[in-house]
Design a protein around this ligand. Sequence first.
Ligand code: NAX
Length: 330
Amino acid sequence: MTTPVHVTITGAAGQIGYQLLFRIASGQLLGPEAPIVLRLLEIEPAMKALEGVVMELDDCAYPLLADVESTSDLGHAFTNTSWALLVGSVPRKAGMERSDLLSVNGGIFKPQGQAIAANAASDVRILVVGNPCNTNCLIARSNAAEIPADRWFAMTRLDQNRAESQIAKKVGTGVAGVKNLAIWGNHSSTQFPDFSNATVDGRSVVSAVNDDAWLRGDFLTTVQKRGAAVLEARGASSAASAANAAIDTVVSLTTPTPDDDCVSVAVSSDGETYDVPAGLTFGFPVQADGKGAWKVKSGFTLDEFAKEKIKITTDELLGERDDVAKLSLI
Ligand code: NAX
């Protein structure tokens, strides 16, 4: 049997974890040929719930699932891991300032970065889902200097999927026809879902939609505030769609990106691409080669409207970076 790939999921007993684990164990993350060891990290109070989830994993009798390790120990959670999906974090509560939120999460992501550096496999790649995911990723990466910057990702794919779906509905076509849709910046309400470089069924989205007011207005705000709308309607935040986007991200980063398309994901800025300051974990259009390497896709045209929006989200990320620097988290 092929050597199993170790995949770590933090916050495994949470609602995204519950939507994610079964899909990973069934082969949807790494394909039908890759046996998997799941390494599940939770905090002590959630270990009992995690026990129940593991029972259910057993009860699925997945042929690809070689083993499941549940733990609240960071070193154990990241031992030999090749993909670390950092989902567990502490959400913003009423009355919490941004700096409080970053401070609490710094307490999670700083030691996780250190534990990944000390224990993970040499090919480890990390996807941060837990919010504020861009800056949580920056914190973990800053505390794992041994791991190259191009192995760290934060999730903006849910925003890409949401944007594609809105455009497909507006044009009255299938979502598979929507391509090259970049999410720039932060996974927050300042993100810029870039309609101007996107295409639908081979035409520019701008001409296919033929409604600039909608693109610059309702479309943008619907995507930016979709998480809040789901929370309001469901009484709980997005979980199945978030788990789906995490799987989409890994699949897209491990398969070649077609020339006419891109993957939206936040990566470490090199300071030279699209004038984004160096070192921020910033949402870009990315192209993967399918062998583990990727690059930020060049050739996107950014007009004044796009530049203005990208500046807003850049400033927000710079502010978050200043906050975590002051807290000595990076
Ligand atoms: P839940 O509260 O259901 O689950 C989080 C789990 O993390 C809990 O079981 C908790 O015990 C665990 N946890 C907390 N601290 C931990 C630690 N130090 N180590 C390990 N586990 C820990 O939240 P859920 O709905 O699953 O969401 C998880 C995170 O994803 C949240 O931060 C959420 O904001 C974020 N999201 C990110 C999205 C994205 O697109 N990047 C979209 C969906 C989601 O909002």
